[in-house]
Design a protein around this ligand. Structure first.
Ligand code: B12
Length: 234
C-alpha cells in the first residue's frame, strides 16, 4: 500500500474513533511497540503473526464524572466498558470500510493485553509524566486507554513533542498519601499499598449482578492525577 494511502487510513480511523465517542485515538505499529521499554522488560506477550498495527483508544475521566473510574470486578470500570464498545463499533466499521480485521486486546497484560501507556506515547497521544502516568495535552493524565490490534500496516501518528513536567513544580510528588514519589521516582509497591487499602474500603453497589449478588465497587486512589495541573478544569 502506498505511504499516502496508509496516512489517509490513519487519519480516517482516528476521525471515526472520535465520532464513535473516543476522546483521543492514535495508531502505532506492532514493531515499534515491541521495542518499547515495558515490552522489552516483559517479553511474555504472544504477538499474533497477522498483527501489524495497534489502534489506541482513549476516554477522558475527568473528576466531574468519577463513576467512570469505579472498579466493579470482572466488568472493570464503566469507562472501560465504554471503550470496549467504541472498539467493537470501530472494528465493524474497519471491516466494512477497509476489509481490515480488528480485535480487542485485554486490559491485563497477562491476559493478552499490552502496556497501554507505552502504546499511547508511541501513538502520539502524550508523554509519560513524573507521576508515572501518560499525560495528554488536552486532558492531562485524567484519561484511560484500550487497544485494538489490526491486521493492516497503517502509518503511525508518532510521538509528539510534549514535556509538561519540565516547567512544573510537580505537586504529584508531594500529594501521594503513601509517599510513593518520595525518592523522586514512582514506587510501585508503595502505590500498591494504597490500591490494597482502596480494595478493603470497596463499597457495596446498589445494583445486583447477573447472579443477583451484591457487587463491590472500588474507588481507586487518583490523587496523582487530580493534582496534575495539565489541562486542569475548574
Ligand atoms: C498493573 C497496573 C497498575 C499497578 C502497577 C502500576 C505500575 N505502573 O507499575 C497498580 C495497581 C499499582 C496501578 C496503579 C494505578 N494505575 Co494502573 N495499570 C496497571 C496496568 C494493568 C499495567 C501497568 C504496568 O504494569 N506497567 C509496567 C510497569 C513496569 O511500567 P510503568 O510503571 O508503567 O513504567 C513504564 C512506562 O513509564 C515506560 N516509559 C517511560 N518512559 C517512556 C518513554 C517512552 C517513549 C515509552 C514508549 C515508554 C516509556 O517505561 C516504564 C518501564 O517499563 C495498566 C493497564 C495496561 N494494560 O497497561 C494500568 C494503567 C497504567 N493504570 C492506570 C491508572 C489510572 C492507575 C491509577 C491512577 C489507579 C486508578 N485509579 O486507576 C494508579 C496510578 C499509579 C501511577 N502513578 O502510575 C492507567 C493509566 C492512565 C494514564 N493516564 O496513564 C492504565 C493505563 C489503565 C487504563 N485504564 O488506562 N496500576
Amino acid at each position: 500500500m502506498p505511504s499516502n494511502k496508509k496516512q489517509h487510513i490513519a487519519k480516517d480511523i482516528i476521525k471515526k474513533a472520535k465520532e464513535l465517542g473516543a476522546s483521543l485515538a492514535g495508531i502505532v505499529t506492532v514493531a515499534s511497540i515491541r521495542n518499547s521499554p515495558s515490552h522489552q522488560a516483559y517479553r511474555e506477550i504472544q504477538w499474533p503473526s497477522v498483527a501489524n498495527s495497534i489502534v489506541v483508544l482513549a476516554l477522558m475521566h475527568e473528576h466531574t464524572d468519577p463513576r467512570l473510574d469505579w472498579w466493579g470486578g470482572k466488568q472493570g470500570t464503566p469507562g472501560n466498558s465504554i471503550l470496549i464498545n467504541i472498539g467493537k463499533d470501530l472494528a465493524r466499521w474497519l471491516a466494512q470500510e477497509y476489509g481490515i480485521t480488528a480485535s480487542d486486546l485485554a486490559y491485563q497484560v497477562d491476559e493478552g493485553g499490552i502496556f497501554l501507556k507505552d502504546a499511547a506515547v508511541l501513538a502520539g497521544l502524550g508523554a509519560i509524566g513524573k507521576n508515572n502516568l501518560l499525560i495528554t495535552p488536552d486532558f492531562g493524565p485524567r484519561i484511560r486507554f484500550r487497544a485494538l490490534m489490526i491486521d493492516a500496516y497503517v502509518e503511525p501518528a508518532g510521538p509528539i513533542d510534549f514535556a509538561p513536567c519540565e516547567t512544573c513544580d510537580m505537586p504529584c510528588m508531594r500529594a501521594c498519601p503513601q509517599g510513593a514519589f518520595q525518592s523522586g521516582f514512582y514506587d510501585r509497591s508503595l502505590c500498591n499499598e494504597q490500591m490494597e487499602q482502596d480494595k478493603e474500603n470497596g463499597l457495596l453497589s446498589q445494583k445486583a449482578d447477573s447472579v443477583n449478588s451484591a457487587r463491590i465497587l472500588i474507588k481507586y486512589c487518583r490523587i496523582c492525577e487530580f493534582v496534575c495541573p495539565v489541562a486542569m478544569k475548574e
